[in-house]
Design a binder for this molecule. Structure first.
Ligand code: URA
Length: 210
């Protein structure tokens, strides 16, 4: 992948996003839509995966059939909201390895602090897809990508539902080699760091918390 930002402007993605943005959409419907939309966005993020062939026997003949090349993909959920996207992406790529990055923001320094980190082995040999529904300021996403690179990851893609221009700019500055695939590019952040028009707090909406 080379383009830094891809907006998946497929009609189904846009329609489902509109339903997710609506404030009266229930938790159950929000989760179902998230699952459906994650399939569609994952389709786009995996479009250029490296391929090879393997020799197989169909019931009729032998053939060299296309198959994914290399080590299994690594899906990395940026906690906690990443888990909602992770489930749907895993349905599409069930053999992927899975890792988790937990970061919180230190209220004094405003810097992201790591509280959990566990990723698959041999990250340098995998296509790594980091998932987080909301790319807002980009600070925690960029910090998560720093950690993945420290683990050796070289081919990283970032998958989200909504991105703010501020977050895209931050990622481009810190990680120009990491393409972003998003359902939509919204207008801006508000003074509390929420994406506008956005969909609110993605974690609260998918887990039914406040
Ligand atoms: N995280 C969210 O869940 N929503 C936003 O709008 C921004 C960050």
């Amino acid at each position: 992948m080379s383009d830094h930002l891809t907006v998946v402007d497929h009609p189904l993605v846009q329609h489902k996003l509109t339903l997710m943005r609506e404030k009266h959409t229930s938790t159950a419907v929000f989760r179902q839509l998230l699952r459906e939309i994650s399939h569609l966005i994952a389709y786009e993020v995996t479009r250029d995966l490296p391929m090879t062939t393997k020799n197989i026997d169909t019931p009729l003949v032998e053939m060299d059939a296309p198959t994914l090349k290399g080590k299994k993909l690594a899906l990395i959920s940026i906690l906690r909201a990443g888990n909602g996207l992770l489930d749907g992406v895993l349905e599409l790529i069930p053999s992927a390895r899975v890792g988790f990055v937990g970061l919180y923001r230190d209220e004094e320094t405003l810097q992201p602090v790591q509280y959990y980190y566990k990723v698959p082995a041999e990250m340098d040999q995998r296509v790594v897809i980091a998932v987080d529904p909301m790319l807002a300021t980009g600070n925690s996403s960029a910090a998560a990508i720093d950690l993945l690179k420290e683990s050796g990851a070289k081919d990283i893609r970032f998958l989200c539902l909504l991105a703010a221009p501020e977050g895209v700019a931050r990622m481009k500055e810190r990680h120009p080699d990491v393409p972003i695939i998003t359902g939509a590019l919204d207008e801006r952040l508000n003074d509390k760091g929420y994406i506008l028009p956005g969909l609110g707090d993605a974690g609260d909406r998918m887990f039914g918390t406040k």
